[in-house]
Design a protein around this ligand. Sequence first.
Ligand SMILES: [Zn+2]
Length: 72
Amino acid sequence: MLSDDLQFLEDCLAANELLFCRSCAQQTLHAHQEVVAVQPVATELLMECTHCYTVRRWLDWNSAQLTYRQRD
Ligand SMILES: [Zn+2]
């Protein structure tokens, strides 16, 4: 479980996700900007397109899986 926690933190620090950008009309790298909300099912994040700097919301379901594992 500890290694999963570290992996999650490393993922946050890496902070780049390949997401669809409406402005670019294609999959582009998005940089992690800030956490909007931590919900029971997922963490809601603001992600900024590294090409045109459009900010979009993104639900990170991986962190929810981590939460479920912690409950066990
Ligand atoms: Zn873009």
